[in-house]
Write a protein that binds this ligand. Structure first.
Ligand SMILES: NC(=O)c1ccc[n+]([C@@H]2O[C@H](COP(=O)([O-])OP(=O)(O)OC[C@H]3O[C@@H](n4cnc5c(N)ncnc54)[C@H](OP(=O)(O)O)[C@@H]3O)[C@@H](O)[C@H]2O)c1
Length: 286
């Protein structure tokens, strides 16, 4: 297949580009090569390359969206609409990534969110991501909306990506213990997305590893998997609370996801987050 990937330097975009290039003709465009908010550039690129499917991995992140709502609207809503329009015009498919931040995250301990649950975002990022989903669905009937959550894998400077490396190096880690979500290993995300696209069943997917944890529980498990003593782990992990982080954007507190569409399609359950973290930590030790 001819595959166009936008936002190709990001966590999801970079891993997806590497993986799909093994089997497909991939044009992986970083932000500098294609700004998805530039209508002329999008149309030129689609006309020249004529992809059969577009994977849109471009996004304006959570705090940046809160700081600049107009830019969030452009990158998270208008850009995806341009891509979906352009896909529709050449009868291509589009797979657009979205987020658990579609949901409000209350009450703590509630059942995992399914596609039946009404989105009720609590910040600009969430609101624009939900609007971006709608824009893609409206513009292109051949669309996959892939909501995922707390993605980790190699190559990004984030808590989830690096907690195990920091603990192994004896560095202190600050871990929030009062927000919880599903976590997602980027390679498992890509496996499931490939499966969904191969099935050709358009719709909204929730693609996450099984189970739910806080950042603190994630770090604790990483320490345990590294073989550290509990006392060592406790000395390295500094527990903190969401309110003490003084972040620009509010975060929903409890947003595990569950995928009813994957169940209907007979896909196997995704691996448990602890098993996945074990594999990730082990890969880092090799
Ligand atoms: N990572 C997670 O934990 C997570 C969780 C839930 C959902 N998701 C979803 O997964 C998708 C990918 O996220 P990610 O974690 O891979 O994000 P990321 O690492 O922040 O990468 C996003 C990429 O988009 C690029 N970008 C920003 N504005 C652009 C524009 N106007 N045109 C083209 N590219 C642009 C960025 O380039 P610059 O940096 O150069 O601007 C960056 O390389 C997003 O839809 C996100 O909502 C991710």
């Amino acid at each position: 297949m001819k595959v166009l990937i936008t936002g190709a330097a990001g966590l999801v975009g970079s891993h997806l580009s590497r993986r799909l290039a093994r089997e497909h003709e991939v044009l992986a465009l970083k932000h500098g090569a294609l700004d998805i908010t530039d209508r002329t550039a999008v149309q030129r690129c689609m006309g020249d390359f004529r992809p059969e499917i577009i994977f849109n991995c471009a996004v304006l992140q959570v705090d940046e969206s809160e700081q600049d709502p107009a830019k969030a609207q452009a990158v998270n809503v208008d850009g995806p609409r341009l891509l979906a329009d352009a896909a529709s015009a050449i009868d291509a498919e589009i797979a657009h990534f979205s987020t658990q931040y579609a949901f409000e995250g209350e009450p703590i301990g509630r059942a995992p969110y399914t596609v039946e649950d009404e989105p009720r975002p609590v910040n600009v990022y969430g609101r624009t991501k939900v609007a971006g989903e709608d824009a893609v669905r409206e513009a292109c009937a051949r669309s996959y909306i892939i909501r995922t959550s707390w993605v980790f894998g190699s190559g990004k400077a984030s808590f989830l990506c690096n907690a195990h490396n920091d603990l192994r190096a004896g560095k202190k880690v600050r871990a929030i213990d009062d927000i919880w979500s599903s976590t997602t290993y980027v390679e498992d995300l890509i496996d499931r997305v490939q499966l969904s696209v191969a099935k050709g069943r358009y719709g909204t997917y929730h693609v996450v590893n099984a189970g739910v944890c806080s950042y603190y529980e994630f770090a604790l498990e990483a320490g345990r998997l590294l073989g550290l003593e509990r006392a060592e782990i406790d000395a390295l992990i500094e527990i903190t609370h969401e309110r003490d982080m003084k972040r620009v954007a509010a975060r929903p507190r409890y947003t595990p996801l569950h995928c009813t569409l994957s169940e209907q399609l007979g896909f196997a359950p995704m691996r448990d987050w602890r098993d996945v973290l074990a594999a990730y930590v082990k890969a880092g030790l090799e």
